[in-house]
Design a protein around this ligand. Structure first.
Ligand code: PLP
Length: 448
């Protein structure tokens, strides 16, 4: 088996083993009761440890290894998840190109925060929402083409794929359209790090995106908060690569977690050696379960093969009730709402766990069918002011029932799924309120 270097992890271990007296941060000095060895490995930018935002030593070396694994021009580590990566990618676009960006409306709240922080003007394109969902669906090529035609001054296209329910847009087709217009395609691939190792390879960087973020921690064996920005080996990618670190530093802590970076580093060895077999092993079983569930009357969404997004309304359960049934059987879901539940696997899910999920699902007795809950969202709500102005305006909290006609002043949605129904600066409608209530949101800030 070929070996891959793990320079960050090795450095932390060597330092920990050296027994040196730590007259530097962190204040725990390598010992936190109950943390075991973990605290000993939690270091800071001491001599030899490199520096994330100016990486030329062990971190730079590890990032290069990740880049060769992902086939990118450059790969950069994030210890602040995709949230930080999204701020940084958009910041590069704003600084280099401008503020008008064509964006999928089912974007995560981190994108909405970024448009407010960076004063981006979003041109929304709406996905073909899955039935009974306000968060999931594919963006079509024609939606992108039409938006580009109507907005020839747009500076980039921004798509989330896979989304929370696993819907995967045609990134290859959309990137061809963007190439034709000489415009970069940015993909929020927070949920899709594993796609590099699927057959075929469906990672955005492999199929035409200019740059993307991956929350490695969501679908790979990486500590929470660990992520990547990948930049493609093309004209825009080469232009942007030099500026990624500077723009990450704009939003990130100056003390990124070495534990998170070490987990990304160690993950390289796993990705190099074992992940492809595991992805095949897990996805084969997940596809098999999806097919069987479909035959049992579950509504099973297509898309990402590492998750099962399913509705049991035909079998008499809301998504939340289904999640509850699974919890009773020792299984905790990623997400559930009135219609859907999302079961998220990863390449390190064991065969036993996958089999247990299937056993639990078939043990849930069918009841009389119930209708889909109404999650239909407002297409094209009126924008009264920019997201930035609204987010930083004088504001007041009101009951959602009293919010009709008011201008939204916050990014209000539970996370997960983190996909806002109404964006700061937009006028709140009856329809928005209905869906907000479905997410249990009863109050929100509006502009005074
Ligand atoms: C689609 C999407 N993008 C971005 C993010 C932010 O990712 P992170 O939690 O890694 O910062 C999330 C988090 O759930 C997400 O679902």
């Amino acid at each position: 088996m070929a070996s891959v270097k793990t320079p960050i992890f090795d450095f932390l271990n060597e330092y920990n083993d050296s027994g040196r007296i730590r007259l530097h941060t962190p204040g725990h000095k390598g010992r936190i009761e109950g943390f075991g060895d973990m605290a000993g490995l939690d270091l800071t930018e001491i001599d030899g440890a490199d520096s994330l935002f100016d990486a030329s030593g062990i971190i730079g070396e590890s990032e290069e290894i990740a880049s060769s694994i992902f086939g990118s021009y450059r790969t950069f580590y994030s210890a602040g998840g995709s949230t930080l990566s999204i701020y940084a990618m958009l910041s590069v676009i704003v600084r280099r190109c401008g503020r008008k960006i064509i964006a999928a409306r089912n974007s995560h709240r981190s994108f909405i925060n970024a448009i407010a922080l960076l004063d981006i003007e979003p041109i929304w394109i709406y996905p073909d929402y899955e039935e009974g969902s306000a968060i999931g669906g594919c963006i079509t090529k024609s939606a992108v083409r039409n938006a580009l035609r109507a907005n020839p001054d747009a500076k980039a296209v921004y798509i989330t794929s896979p989304d929370y329910l696993g819907a995967m847009s045609d990134i290859r087709g959309i990137s061809a359209i963007c190439d034709g217009e000489d415009i970069p395609l940015i993909v929020d691939n927070a949920h899709g790090s594993h796609l590099r190792f699927s057959k075929p390879d469906l990672h955005p960087i492999s199929i035409g995106a200019t740059m993307c973020c991956d929350s490695a921690h969501k679908t790979l064996p990486v500590l929470t908060g660990g992520g990547y920005i990948h930049v493609a080996d093309n004209k825009f990618g080469k232009e942007y690569a030099e500026q990624i670190k500077e723009n990450m530093a704009l939003f990130a802590s100056t003390s990124p977690s070495y534990l998170i970076m070490a987990s990304l580093d160690l993950c390289n060895a796993y990705l190099y050696n074992e992940v492809s077999d595991d992805v095949e092993r897990v996805t084969e079983q997940v596809i098999d379960i999806k097919n069987k569930l479909h035959r049992l009357g579950y509504i099973v969404l297509k898309g990402d093969q590492m998750r099962i997004s399913l509705s049991a309304v035909e079998r008499g359960y809301t998504g939340v009730e289904l999640a509850h049934e699974l919890r009773q059987r020792g299984i905790e879901c990623e997400y559930a709402d009135d219609n859907y539940a999302v079961l998220l696997f990863s390449p390190v899910s064991s065969d036993q766990d996958i089999a247990a999920v299937w056993e639990a699902l078939i043990a849930i007795k069918a009841r009389a069918p119930i209708p889909f809950a109404d999650f239909s969202v407002d297409i094209y709500p009126e924008r009264k002011m920019s997201a930035r102005r609204a987010l930083f305006a004088q504001r007041e909290k009101v009951a959602v029932d009293n919010a009709v006609g008011r201008v939204c002043a916050e990014v209000k949605i539970s996370c997960p799924p983190g996909v806002p129904i109404v964006v700061p600066g937009e006028i709140i409608t009856d329809k928005c309120i209905k869906v907000l209530k479905r997410y249990g949101i009863l109050e929100l800030y509006v502009v005074k």
